[in-house]
Design a protein around this ligand. Structure first.
Ligand SMILES: Cc1cc2nc3c(=O)[nH]c(=O)nc-3n(C[C@H](O)[C@H](O)[C@H](O)COP(=O)(O)OP(=O)(O)OC[C@H]3O[C@@H](n4cnc5c(N)ncnc54)[C@H](O)[C@@H]3O)c2cc1C
Length: 262
């Protein structure tokens, strides 16, 4: 079930100069949202920009019926959205996406996140409370590090790495995961972040033969599988014909890492 709702902005927090956390009241979406799903958000009250913008669900509070998302101001759409004030109306469609994160019990899992890709991983980690959760987050520098305490609260082991060493471990988060994999058994991998990070974890999962789900971002318009704008190529194993594609909005955004060519 997908809802298109007009609701009210009830939480607005500026986490960084260009990063906002918004919360809206929606029993409909809070009741059914699954980790990895996203919303299409109308960013302005007028018709420009016309297209809604896809933003991942960061946190769902089913009891309070609140759905939260975090977004970076990138262009016109997210800038306009950031100017919405508490109490103002906001139009959202969701929950969207049929490919969602698998919630495992009694397993040892590792979650790898990078930059603004970390946001959908919080709801995932929160839902994995019956597994051992190891989290590896990478950011460019100290200024970009977000949600450290939030991730600490939903993990058994948390590593923060920065590319320039200005906070946490100096280097790539995936290298810390690789080191830990030499000593500990991990049953399942999850990742969301920049493409090079996703390519690296895809390779690692194949090399170590560990199942892996990745969440992909593609520019998209409708969010419903109608415009077919967010195509990704399927890997050879699943290629039904020469031009087989999956669509991030409808088949994803979460995919088995072996299923897509990235
Ligand atoms: C499934 C999904 C989930 C997402 N979740 C989040 C989230 O939780 N938080 C968040 O901050 N952003 C998220 N995004 C990205 C977000 O949708 C874009 O940043 C936003 O649409 C940009 O809109 P804009 O009008 O501000 O910028 P535009 O003017 O449309 O674009 C500005 C620049 O941003 C880049 N850009 C735009 N869309 C994307 C995209 N989809 N992927 C990569 N780069 C893009 C392009 O380089 C473009 O030049 C998600 C995208 C998808 C597809």
């Amino acid at each position: 079930m997908i809802f298109n709702l007009k609701t009210e902005l009830i939480i607005k927090e500026q986490l960084k100069s260009n990063l906002f956390k918004f919360g809206v009241k929606s029993k409909e979406i809070a009741d059914i949202a699954k980790p990895g799903q996203f919303l299409e958000i109308k960013v302005s009250k007028g018709i420009v920009p016309f297209l809604k913008r896809p933003i991942s669900i960061y946190n769902v509070d089913k009891q309070k019926e609140i759905v939260e998302f975090i977004f970076q101001v990138k262009g016109e759409g997210t800038k306009t959205l950031s100017e919405t004030n508490i109490g103002e109306e906001i139009e959202i469609m969701g929950p969207l996406g049929n490919g969602t994160f698998e919630i495992l019990k009694d397993k040892k899992v590792a979650i790898l996140g990078g930059g603004i890709g970390v946001f959908p991983l919080y709801e995932l980690a929160k839902n994995l409370k019956e597994s051992e959760v190891n989290i590896y987050l990478g950011f460019r520098n100290k200024e970009m590090v977000v949600l450290e305490n939030e991730f600490k609260n939903v993990s058994n082991h948390l590593i923060i790495a920065t590319d320039d060493g200005s906070y946490g471990i100096h280097g790539f988060a995936i290298d810390e995961l690789k080191k830990d994999l030499e000593e500990k058994q991990i049953d399942f991998l999850y990742a969301c972040g920049p493409l090079p990070m996703l390519k690296a974890i895809r390779e690692l999962s194949i090399e170590k033969n560990i199942p892996c789900q990745i969440s992909l971002e593609q520019r998209m318009a409708c969010g419903l599988g109608v415009c077919l704008g967010c195509a990704v190529k399927k890997t050879k194993e699943n290629l039904e014909d020469e031009f087989a594609y999956s669509h991030v909005c409808k088949d994803g955004p979460v995919f088995d890492a072996r299923e897509v060519e990235i």
